[in-house]
Design a protein around this ligand. Structure first.
Ligand code: KIV
Ligand code: ZN
Length: 502
């Protein structure tokens, strides 16, 4: 039997650090439950000391996820470690992940410490973490730019202090496959106690080598890969989970390692993340991009008809993609809708299906055919409405300088209307919403895109709005893009209003 490589998913922590990828607490929990279905071994849910929202996200994820481990990140600092341990209180299988930088450039310029002090901190941090939580991962940040013999020293200290997992990250995406393979071999061969821990590899994609480096690290002895869905993460992102897992599956001859990933759940997981964050997946992204299995040239199409293996190294079905679109119309019915949702990997409650059916019928009336991608967007928009305090009844705008907007909102049995001017119709409509609700948020991010093609395509809007110290995301969907934008904005406002009411 092939050796097992653990998949440590950090979509909700490192992934969420990518600009535009912020998720609110319920989004993170929903994503975590999907990651559990996907079969990852560990979910890194956040960095609890960073904010109250991060703490809550880790704590709620730890409560919701029972089959797989949940990890929380902390610097090698007492306060951080205690906060991370507290956030993991309800976890069935908690992992405390603590890190300190080990490269001279970080030690001198960021930490302003000596190598000796870093060793002392690592020792203290791992000992404290181990006292609080049964399983501890220690990361030597910027390991790939660290002196290898010093790395051996740090690793030995962390193992002696009780670490169960040693992670040697390529924090700045600088290493190459040959180098990282040798680095793991060197550290594993020279560190006392190396055989008692699992070595992990965490790679950034600044040179586009993250997946190749993760595979090489495994050849060098790593048995845990840290990665994210769609490869999101700091700067150019992290090792993409779907790519590294499929590389080991498709090229098992070269990389004879198994993971616990249910590959048929890959596409649903990727799309869920895209729909929750609004981060678009490039069309040519391997495995999950729109074109990843499209064959355009005549020669390729001819080959595909003769035998799919001529141009396909894996099938779209194997990663949960359907050949051809699922099409629904207004005659599909509630049961048909429910079945399609299940096929797309969304396990909705009866109440959610009823709410979805209401907005589906409105869409099916406006648009003859409702495609798979429309449905995914509708589901996320419907779930986002579970906090609804104000309901959008109507929005009307007119262009010009300034643009004008009229909105009609319902709260309980009462309706409220107001008008406002703004810099464009979307801005005017958001201002009109502010006038009705009395809440003034700061819009940090706003994106709008078509879920499918055609002039009647469903518009999918995402916003990130800051109220006070917290940010709130919102999603909206409509064939009218201004309505989609206002729905998204109102959804963020509603989350804030619901929290205030609590
Ligand atoms: O890139 C990195 O070094 C990290 C560590 C905190 C593991 O994300
Ligand atoms: Zn990282």
């Amino acid at each position: 039997m092939a050796a097992r490589v653990q998949i440590f998913d950090t979509t909700l922590r490192d992934g969420e650090q990518s600009p535009g990828a912020s998720m609110n607490v319920p989004d993170k929990v929903q994503m975590a439950l999907q990651l559990e279905r996907l079969g990852v071994d560990i979910i890194e849910a956040g960095f609890p000391v960073a904010s109250a929202q991060e703490f809550e996200a880790v704590s709620k994820t730890a409560e919701a996820v029972k089959r797989v481990s949940v990890a929380a990140l902390s610097r090698a600092v007492t306060g951080d470690i205690e906060r991370a341990a507290k956030a993991l209180d309800k976890a069935a299988k908690p992992v405390l992940h603590t890190f300190i930088a080990t490269s001279d450039i970080h030690i001198e310029h960021k930490l302003r410490m000596t190598r000796e002090q870093v060793l002392e901190n690592a020792d203290k941090a791992v000992k404290l973490a181990k006292k609080l939580i049964g399983r501890v991962e220690f990361s030597a940040e910027d390991a790939t730019r660290s002196d290898w013999d010093y790395l051996v020293q740090v690793t030995a200290v962390a193992i002696a202090a009780g670490a169960d997992v040693i992670n040697l990250p390529d924090t700045v995406g600088f290493t190459t496959p040959d180098e990282i393979r040798e680095m793991f071999r060197h550290v594993i061969a020279n560190t006392p106690g190396a055989d008692t821990v699992v070595f992990a590899s965490h790679n950034h994609n600044d040179l586009g080598l993250a997946v190749a480096n993760a595979l090489a690290a495994v050849q060098g002895g790593a048995r845990q890969i840290e990665c994210t869905i769609n490869g999101i993460g700091e700067r150019a992102g992290n090792t993409s989970l779907e790519e590294v897992v499929m590389a080991m599956k498709v090229r098992h001859d070269m990389h004879p390692f198994d993971t616990g990933i249910v590959v048929a759940e890959i596409y649903n997981t990727s799309r869920l993340l895209g729909n929750l964050t609004g981060l678009t997946i490039p069309y040519n992204k391997p495995i999950v991009g729109r074109n990843a299995f499209a064959h355009e040239s005549g020669i390729h199409q001819h080959g595909m008809i003769a035998n799919k293996a001529t141009y396909e190294i894996m099938t779209p079905e194997s990663v949960g993609r359907l050949r051809g679109e699922l099409v629904l119309g207004k005659h599909s019915g509630r049961a048909g809708l429910s079945k399609r949702c299940e096929e797309l990997g969304y396990h909705l409650t009866d109440e959610e299906i009823s709410r979805l059916y209401e907005i589906f019928i409105v869409l099916a009336d406006r648009k003859k055919e409702v495609f798979e991608d429309d449905l995914r967007v509708l589901i996320v928009a419907m779930q986002d409405k579970s906090f609804e305090v104000y309901h959008l009844e109507q929005v009307r705008t007119s262009g010009g300088d300034p643009a004008m907007a009229f909105v009609k909102l319902r709260k309980g049995d009462a309706t409220f209307t107001d008008t406002a001017t703004g810099d464009g119709p979307v801005d005017a409509a958001f201002q009109a919403v502010d006038r009705v609700t009395g809440y003034k948020g700061v819009l940090k991010e706003f994106s709008i895109r078509a879920a499918t093609s055609g002039t009647d395509a469903l518009g999918e809007a995402h916003v990130n709005v800051v109220f006070g110290k917290r940010s709130y995301t919102g999603t909206g969907a409509s064939t009218d893009i201004i309505e989609a934008a206002v729905q998204a904005y109102l959804s963020a406002v509603n989350k804030y209003a619901a929290l205030k009411a609590r």
